[in-house]
Design a binder for this molecule. Structure first.
Ligand code: C2E
Ligand code: MG
Ligand code: MG
Length: 590
């Protein structure tokens, strides 16, 4: 019933006394309002009282905010909102007030009277007067603090080493990537130290793992104690620590930092009632414009090995000069351009196994480049250059076309047993480069059913998409093509994007798989990611499965799919085609 009809009924010739009806309506409304289990508030739209003023609040809202109705009514909503979240709320309220949105939903933080933060999900809608103008807004306020805490905990754990509490490898790599991006925008250099304890294995073997663990914690603390506030020390695994130093101006500045770390570690450390003398070997490297995170870490790692070889307890600064680095990148770029023109690119396919049936139900297409002297190169050696030189767009187009051609060939040969083919894409192919157009053309040219294709984008790239890129992704999904989040569990931001993007699949990162059963935090995180995916109705694939024990964990969680060397390495299309036609898949059912 429209608002006009409602009014017509109440004021018609046979209607009971309009004031009585209104009283009754008002009473019912009060009951609903006061008794609601979630917080509710009426908010002014202005001009008088000022927009955002709280006109009425219910009991649940008062409890949530630890304030009485008397305190709240008449207060601007901004005063109870976390300062960083005032703008999001105001924008949504204005869009609802102006009629642009029927309903506005925001997640933001309120501040309780005691100063504590409460995460809330606010759903706003407008109440209109007889002339259709908004009279006020109704806000329904749900306390989502527990969910946000769990999300933050998950993110924290995914980024930290459980033993030492230091950032872990993926955290360090992301930090380094960002530092390098800043350095190439603003000038300056980033330094990396790669530290490995000398003779750690002997300490571990003679004093036991508990003492070894204690030592690692102590070493982490010592290293951090000699760094500047902006520097990051991360545990890469085992007894390896990396330090990322931001904002250096000359390559020479990294040496004194390495020396400080060597010095602090040379003082005796007391562990398990013993006084230990430890030392570390350190490799250092610096990079600026054109340097990559992987390249820099590799260089520091190589220097660390030379430091060990030169007699331990010392540091060596890597000598790959900026000029040499630039030359190597230029060489890769030229080879890539050549490969694009002269059939130098190829795709290999890695099986993805359905854990219910044991069958290969999908494959992931992985790119290889043939280098005239160095043979076949893997993406780590050329994808970042392709991205920074704008070559990822034509290369990505080639990958989609080739993968779709191959998928169509399997479809023709195998019918129902044809695998879904997943293709990796970079965020740079989206938006103005119209990946949806490329995909749609390829599907049409080869007559491939859209559900036999999927596009994977890494989580860390998804969280920074602008709305053109999001639209492109939505258009791909509209075609019927799957959208997968790759390397899931390594990103850093909240999980909100999962709700907003048209995702069909999650691929849990292999860094978690590697620690299944050996590290309780990683195991718990991996399990909760599988559960999270299922809760959202997504297909979950776990990557990097190398052992039967890891596969056992996944089966226990009813994970949908698995991928990894245990189930099959990436191979050329012909070899993979042979596996696909086997009557039983590569995984025996137990
Ligand atoms: P990804 O999409 O996460 O692909 C999985 C990578 O893990 C592949 O490495 C694969 O060979 C490797 N892998 C699979 N199973 C195991 C295992 O059990 N253990 C271990 N240790 N590794 C395993 P690859 O082929 O070197 O690819 C690396 C990354 O390069 C890919 O990671 C993807 O992000 C990117 N990439 C690959 N092809 C393309 C492409 O066509 N376009 C773009 N933009 N990126 C691509
Ligand atoms: Mg992938
Ligand atoms: Mg992956």
């Amino acid at each position: 019933m429209s608002r006009d009809e409602q009014r017509g009924e109440a004021s018609g010739p046979d209607a009971p006394d309009a004031d009585l009806v209104l009283d009754e309506v008002e009473q019912k409304y009060r009951q609903v309002f006061d008794g609601a289990a979630i917080g509710m508030a009426l908010v002014a739209v202005g001009p008088e009282p000022a927009p955002g003023t709280l006109l009425d609040v219910n009991r649940a809202m008062c409890e949530m905010l630890g304030r009485s109705a008397d305190q709240l009514v008449g207060m601007p909503a901004d005063t109870i909102t976390h300062p960083d979240d005032v703008a999001v709320g105001a924008v949504a309220a204005e869009r609802v007030r102006s009629g642009e949105l029927d309903r506005g939903v925001v997640e933001k933080r309120y501040l309780r009277a005691d100063g504590a933060e409460v995460w809330v999900r606010v759903t706003m809608s407008a109440i209109h007067g007889p002339d259709g103008d908004p009279l006020h807004l109704v806000a329904q306020v749900e306390d989502i603090t527990a969910r946000k805490d769990a999300e933050n905990e998950l993110i924290y754990r995914a980024m930290h080493d459980p033993l030492t509490g230091m950032p872990n490898r993926s955290h360090a790599m992301e930090h380094l990537e960002r530092a390098l991006a800043r350095a190439s925008r603003a000038g300056g250099l980033v330094g990396v130290l790669y530290l490995d304890l000398d003779d750690f294995k002997e300490i571990n073997d003679s004093l036991g793992h508990a003492a070894g663990d204690e030592l690692l914690v102590a070493v982490g603390q010592r290293v951090r104690s000699v760094l500047r506030a902006g520097d990051l020390a991360a545990r890469l695994g085992g007894d390896e620590i990396a330090v990322v130093c931001d904002g250096l101006t000359t390559p020479g500045e990294v040496a004194p930092i390495a020396q400080r770390v060597i010095n602090t570690l040379s003082a005796p450390i007391e562990i398990a009632d013993r006084v230990l003398h430890v030392s570390a070997s350190i490799g250092a490297a610096t990079g600026g414009v054109g340097a990559t995170a992987d390249g820099l870490v590799r260089e520091a790692d190589a220097a660390m090995y030379r430091a060990k070889g030169a007699g331990k307890g010392r540091y060596i600064v890597g000598d790959e000069s900026l000029a040499a680095l630039a030359a190597r990148q230029l060489e890769v770029e030229e080879t890539l351009r050549g490969a694009l023109e002269d059939d130098g690119l190829r795709l290999v396919y890695q099986p993805i196994v359905d854990l219910g049936s044991g069958r290969v139900v999908a494959v992931e297409a992985l790119l290889r480049m043939v280098h005239p002297e160095r043979g076949e190169l893997v993406p780590a050696e050329f994808v970042d250059v392709a991205e920074s030189r704008g070559l990822i767009v034509p290369i990505g187009r080639w990958v989609v076309e080739e993968a779709v051609r191959q998928a169509a060939q399997w479809h023709a040969a195998l019918g129902d047993r044809a695998p879904q083919v997943w293709v990796n894409a970079s965020d740079r192919q989206l938006g103005r480069h119209d990946l949806a157009g490329v995909v749609s053309d390829a599907l049409a040219a080869h007559g491939l059913p859209a559900d036999l294709l999927g596009i994977e984008i890494a989580e860390r790239r998804l969280v920074r998409l602008d709305h053109f890129e999001r639209d492109d992704l939505a258009a791909i999904r509209e075609l019927g093509v799957g959208i997968g989040i790759d390397d899931f569990g390594t990103g850093r931001s909240g999980l909100d994007y999962l709700r907003d993007l048209p995702v069909t699949d999650l691929k849990v990162d292999d860094s978690l798989t590697a620690r299944l059963g050996t590290d309780t935090a990683s195991t718990a995180i991996a399990e909760s990611l599988v559960t999270l995916g299922h809760g959202l109705g997504l297909t979950v694939t776990v990557e990097g499965v190398e052992t039967a024990a890891q596969l056992g964990w996944l089966r226990g969680w009813a994970c949908d799919r698995a991928q990894g060397y245990l189930l099959g390495r990436p191979h050329g299309a012909d070899e993979v085609g042979a596996v696909l036609t086997e009557p039983d898949g590569p995984v025996a059912q137990d």
